[in-house]
Design a protein around this ligand. Structure first.
Ligand code: NAD
Length: 254
């Protein structure tokens, strides 16, 4: 059933083809938002799932690391729906990464992770800015990770990239506050998305130890993030900006 907490709102979710991003897109639509699902791979399944539940969604191809592609995504959103209220910067490189000591990370792999996770969030935020400024209102939700606060080893490029997302959120929030644009970070703990489950690096003891570190010691699913996402997207959080909200069952406390 479609709820109305985000009625009349238009959202872009990047990395919406699958996993956590698909869950974000479906949740925003279920709360009344119109959603542009964006990804470098096909978002057809996510869009169809939203439409099946009588929600409003369209899809667009984007490579978030390209300025031109991010701008085309924002233009499509405005031409389809007339505005952009919410940007969820969820596209990222994570589940395909192998755990390894930092000195074994190739320079190319480092650059690729930074290009998508850091530059991608910057490009998409910049691309939606003209529409949000015109409205004097907007919500940018950057997706980081609990790994930043824990200093998780064997993923230095990833942890550094998500640390940059937390820092970028704070500085962006200060620059954009005068325009009525709120910028916050949502930092998930280890979450059983489809792709994570298919990467053996995250199975066994790694997963068990992670779960054991939580105050609420159970597996985390994409749906666990959705209440916080809707809160950050809705007017309920209009006086909250520059913050990093960790959703991980209380593994990180900061
Ligand atoms: P995932 O790998 O399943 O999905 C990432 C999505 O981003 C994919 O659909 C992929 O096609 C898309 N993408 C990759 N590069 C892109 C590009 N250049 N342009 C556009 N789209 C691109 O990951 P997930 O587990 O669903 O995680 C989603 C987000 O949450 C990521 O930012 C990830 O870092 C973050 N996160 C995940 C976890 C976890 O445990 N799964 C924990 C903390 C943070």
């Amino acid at each position: 059933m479609i709820q109305s907490r985000l009625a009349e709102r238009v959202a872009i979710v990047t990395g919406a083809a699958q996993g956590i991003g698909a869950e974000y897109a479906k949740t925003l639509a279920a709360n009344g938002a119109t959603v542009l699902c964006a990804d470098i791979t096909s978002v057809a399944e996510t869009v169809a799932a939203i439409k099946e539940l009588k929600g409003h969604a369209e899809g667009v191809h984007v490579d978030v690391s390209s300025r031109q592609s991010a701008e085309e995504m924002a233009k499509s959103c405005v031409s389809l729906f007339g505005r952009i209220d919410i940007l969820v910067n969820n596209a990222g490189i994570f589940t395909s990464l192998a755990l390894k000591p930092f000195f074994e990370i190739s320079s190319d792999e480092w650059d690729k992770v930074m290009a998508v996770n850091v530059k991608g969030s910057f490009e998409c935020a910049r691309a939606v800015l003209p529409a949000m400024k015109k409205q004097s209102y907007g919500k940018i939700i950057n997706i980081a990770s609990g790994t930043v606060f824990k200093g998780v080893p064997m993923l230095l490029h990833y942890v550094s990239s998500k640390g940059a997302v937390v820092a970028m959120t704070r500085a962006m929030a200060r620059e954009l506050g005068p325009h009525g644009i709120r910028v916050n970070t949502l930092a998930p703990g280890l979450t059983s998305s489809e792709n994570l489950l298919s990467n053996p690096a995250w199975a066994g003891d790694v997963s068990k130890n992670n779960i054991a570190s939580r105050a609420i010691a159970r597996e985390m699913h994409p749906g666990d993030l959705c209440g916080t996402l809707v809160y950050l997207a809705s007017t309920e959080s209009d006086f909250v900006t520059g913050q990093a909200l960790v959703v991980d069952g209380g593994s990180v406390m900061h």
